[in-house]
Design a protein around this ligand. Structure first.
Ligand SMILES: [Fe+2]
Length: 361
């Protein structure tokens, strides 16, 4: 555990996802067990198959090579239309305080010819990948191994959603209908060692407490450790799409440390799952502490379509536009980024209200 933190060490339940999720008593039981685990612990683990292990390893190699590149080269990986690309340590803001995380965000890589880019949809644009790595010893680009790993993660995401449908007892497709051409994305993260920061943030703090935005978060970490999560509690209510949950209970007791375990991915839930299930499943607050060594992490987000308008699964009143929530969150975290400046300058935010950006089916 990172020094200076006081937390219970988690002992997470591990599930092995079936390759093909079908309507069988066994898969229904697995879905119910997963739901019970999230409701009690806020997080669970899925075992990583050999293909996933290999893809993760290659992606990790690419991540390490990218973050070793000179600052000016990394800083050039930005785009004025998409929030994809590089975020330097101390650039991201959570609840008013700079995070020490150094990040490469991978969002849908859309060419200028894409109709959504042409129509200036907020957050839509190319992913500013770095140039190929200068030597050919191993991975030659960042793009190929990261995208291959994301494809594998996307398959796990769909399996999980189908198991959750069975576990909740809702009809097939209740969740997966939202993920057609989903706004899936990934953050490739590096955390500096505690004593090797640039001084812009808060000592020992990697990322402040917050919830993530979409349906599922599927994460993997190296052997260093630094993630803390907060299990659901009846006396702690929040709804991040209405009022920011950033900074929530950050200094309170009750956090659980997620120790690194080889060959698993951890899975917890985002705001949209909480909205759809009307708090039966809640988004999991989490935060990151800096350890004595630098640390490399992947966080993959399995998300609704950008244009999806979500409705509670029980058929009750209400509707929530995912694209608006996503845009709000990135504008909040990156107030000074060129992407935010252009979005504001060109009134792109107003487009979120247009019918073409909202899919109700
Ligand atoms: Fe997060």
């Amino acid at each position: 555990m990172p020094p200076g933190y006081n937390a219970k060490v988690g002992n997470l339940q591990t599930f092995t996802l079936p390759a093909d999720v079908t309507d069988t008593p066994g898969h229904r039981a697995m879905g119910r067990a997963m739901i019970q685990t999230w409701r009690q612990e806020g997080i669970l683990q899925i075992s990583t198959d050999s293909e996933g292990q290999q893809l993760q390893q290659q992606a990790m190699e690419a991540s390490r090579r990218f973050f070793r590149r000179p600052s000016h080269e990394k800083a050039a990986c930005v785009d004025s239309q998409s929030y994809a690309g590089y975020i330097a340590s101390g650039e991201e803001i959570t609840d008013g305080i700079a995070d020490y995380s150094e990040i490469f965000t991978v969002l849908k890589d859309l060419p200028p010819s894409d109709p959504r880019v042409q129509a200036q949809w907020p957050c839509h644009g190319p992913c500013p990948w770095p140039p190929p790595f200068p030597d050919r010893e191993t991975t030659t680009t960042m793009k190929a191994p990261i995208e291959a790993y994301m494809t594998w993660l996307g398959r796990q995401g769909e399996r999980l959603l189908r198991l959750i449908e069975y576990g909740l007892g809702v009809s097939e497709g209740s969740l997966t209908r939202y993920t057609r051409d989903g706004w899936h994305h990934q953050r490739v993260l590096r955390f500096p060692a505690r004593n090797a920061t640039n001084g812009r943030g808060k000592t020992g703090r990697g990322i402040g407490s917050h919830t993530d935005y979409g349906l599922l978060v599927i994460a993997s970490q190296d052997d260093v450790g630094g993630l803390f999560i907060r299990p659901p509690r009846q006396d702690e209510e929040f709804a991040n799409w209405e009022k920011s949950a950033a900074g929530l209970r950050e200094e309170d007791d009750g956090w659980v440390y997620v120790p690194p375990v080889p060959d698993v991915h951890t899975v917890f839930l985002g705001d949209m799952m909480q909205y759809l299930t009307k708090n039966h499943l809640t988004a999991t607050p989490h935060k990151v502490g800096l350890n004595t060594r630098e640390r490399f992490v992947f966080a993959y987000f399995h998300e609704p379509n950008f244009a999806a308008v979500l409705k509670p699964l029980d058929g009750s009143e209400g509707a929530l536009h995912y694209g608006t929530h996503f845009t709000n969150m990135f504008m909040r975290n990156y107030p000074d980024r060129i992407t935010t400046q252009r979005l504001v300058r060109e009134n792109r935010y107003d487009k979120l209200a247009e019918r073409e950006l909202r899919c109700y089916s």
